[in-house]
Design a binder for this molecule. Structure first.
Ligand code: SAM
Length: 241
């Protein structure tokens, strides 16, 4: 898989993607990540990427032209149609389901905003607008890091053992993952649950399932609530047969 990220602060992301499983996957050639400086796609002498908002108001808005050029340049290097994603607090909420969907793509391009945001016309070259949560960051870089890492770790071969992904929160169902423990078995009077030391796989599985349910109920009861029923067909739709 190839991931291209467009930002005015490439240095924020370079270190992030150099380490850990993603760094190793890049070295092994399983995932390619390219970070582009938006300023490289300007044409004026000052390499200006922003301007004042039409209609007035505080702050600056990122101009459309450099984003169009950046996406055209990246696309010219690809043989497939990429998903082009604008990171935005106004986007659809990024979830594990969306991460799974994106991990099946061969190429994605992530566009990072800054300041007051990005000229709305940039959405014309985007397939998606994604938010990582109902809060506002100063820029799209942290959001791009979240999306890219979450997607890349689902690409086969990136995480050594696929079963460790299956144990993760949200992987197969709307459930948090079970608690994990490691050595020592007792630390400052805090003991690892006995069942995990027995080697009895069936009991360990039962314990993990119950503990995951309890944790979900405590921290995220909304995940266990039944999904709302599908809307009833409108009268017109219903009368069409
Ligand atoms: N004025 C914008 C608004 O009301 O939505 C907020 C702009 S924010 C200060 C600057 C940039 O940070 C955005 O263009 C976007 O790229 C990024 N950003 C902020 N919050 C985000 C979020 N929750 N998810 C994804 N990107 C976010």
């Amino acid at each position: 898989m190839r991931i291209d990220i467009v930002t005015i602060f490439p240095q924020m992301l370079e270190g992030f993607f150099a380490a850990g499983v993603i760094g190793a996957a890049r070295q092994a050639g399983i995932v390619e990540i390219y970070i582009h400086n938006l300023r490289d796609f300007t044409t004026d002498k000052h390499r200006q990427v922003d301007d004042r908002p039409y209609g007035g108001g505080p702050g600056m808005v990122l101009k459309p032209e450099p984003f169009f050029r950046a996406v055209e340049f990246i696309k010219s290097q690809l043989t497939v149609q990429p998903r082009v994603i604008l990171l935005s607090a106004q986007g659809k909420l990024f979830t594990q389901e969306i991460a799974k969907e994106l991990a099946r793509e061969s190429a994605i391009i992530l566009l990072c905003g800054r300041y007051e945001g990005v000229d709305e016309r940039v959405l014309h070259i985007c397939t998606d607008e994604l938010s990582i949560g109902d809060y506002v960051l100063s820029g799209g870089e942290a959001a791009a890091a979240v999306v890219a890492e979450c997607v890349a770790r689902l690409v086969p071969g990136v995480v050594g053992k696929h079963e460790s992904l299956e144990q993760d929160s949200f992987y197969n169902e709307r459930l948090l993952g079970p608690p994990q423990y490691t050595r020592p078995p007792e630390f400052r009077g805090l003991r690892v649950p006995e069942v995990l030391l027995t080697g009895d796989h069936k009991r360990v599985e039962e314990f993990r399932r119950r503990a995951a349910l309890e944790k979900t109920l405590k921290n995220r009861p909304d995940l266990l609530a039944p999904s709302p029923p599908a809307p009833l067909p409108s009268e017109e739709e219903g009368s069409q047969g």
